[in-house]
Design a protein around this ligand. Structure first.
Ligand SMILES: Nc1ncnc2c1ncn2[C@@H]1O[C@H](COP(=O)(O)OP(=O)(O)O)[C@@H](O)[C@H]1O
Ligand SMILES: [Mg+2]
Length: 259
């Protein structure tokens, strides 16, 4: 059984049908890429899959549970976590604290416990610190734990965002343009990291991308969006040869994006 079922998802902003009848059946541990030109509706899909926007029509079902109408924190609690196209970090906090805060947003410790620092609280805190360091080690950032987030090179900031997302133990990880703004030499490293995360953390991944070359080697399946509509889908090999994709995506203004 698939972990996530998205059926007939649409959203309208005034006169604009930003996403038109999007469908996805995501398998456990699958890596699906959603590609398409700017304004195609990719980020809007993530906003619906995380409860930020409520779809105009359609259903989102996670492990059999209806998700439409739930709040963003409830999407996170149930295991859907995302990164953002525009990096959102606490720039004046350390790398380790950035990761730690991702977990404490969902902690059950109440204010009284925080002030009293009960033994349970201290234990939780220590467990949290250990988890942060384990995560940073797996993302090859342990040596940067005490740096301020704002002082990290751009590629590391993107990795830190992913570390933050993993801190909540997601079942489904949504990556919105994880290589946006990166230089060519960083792309291969990020591709390897995404592959490794899928294996090590046993998550399903939906990845929005712009760079065809980045998703081709790592995605199981690709969905191609244009003006809110899914114009093609299938394995990277199939999608690459689809005339509609070549015309809408590869042939036009995006020809040189991957050069
Ligand atoms: N809150 C909103 N209100 C009005 N229009 C929006 C809103 N969010 C997104 N859109 C529009 O929806 C379309 C798809 O946007 P987006 O999902 O960000 O595209 P992509 O991520 O594929 O570049 C764009 O035309 C955008 O301007
Ligand atoms: Mg976007």
């Amino acid at each position: 059984m698939s972990i996530l079922e998205v059926s007939n998802l649409s959203i309208r902003f005034g006169g604009l049908l930003a996403v038109d009848d999007f469908n996805l059946s995501l398998e456990r541990n699958e890596l699906v890429a959603v590609i398409g030109p700017n304004g195609a509706g990719k980020t809007t899909i993530f906003n619906m899959l995380t409860g930020i926007y409520r779809p105009t029509t359609g259903t989102i079902t996670l492990e059999g549970e209806n998700m439409v109408g739930l709040k963003p924190y409830q999407f996170a609690q149930r295991g859907i976590t995302r990164t953002f196209q525009n990096i959102r970090l606490f720039s004046n906090a350390s790398v380790a604290d950035n990761v730690k805060m991702a977990a404490t947003m969902h902690t059950t410790d109440n204010l009284a416990q925080c002030l009293l620092r009960t033994p349970k609280m201290v234990r939780n805190e220590r467990a949290l610190d250990e988890k942060v360091m384990r995560l940073l080690e797996r993302l090859n950032m342990a040596d940067k734990a005490n740096l301020l987030a704002k002082n990290l090179p751009y590629g590391d900031q993107r990795r830190l965002e992913i570390a933050r997302a993993l801190m909540t133990d997601p079942k489904i990880l949504l990556l919105d343009e994880p290589v946006a703004g990166m230089i060519t030499t960083e792309l291969e490293e990020m591709a390897q990291l995404v592959k490794q995360i899928r294996e090590d953390f046993d998550v399903s991944i939906i990845m929005i991308e712009h760079h065809m070359n980045f998703v081709m080697p790592i995605a199981d399946r690709i969905k191609v969006l244009d003006f809110g509509k899914t114009i093609a889908e299938g394995t990277p090999e199939v999608v690459q040869k689809d005339p509609k994709v070549i015309e809408a995506y590869l042939g036009g203004a995006y020809q040189n994006v991957d050069a």
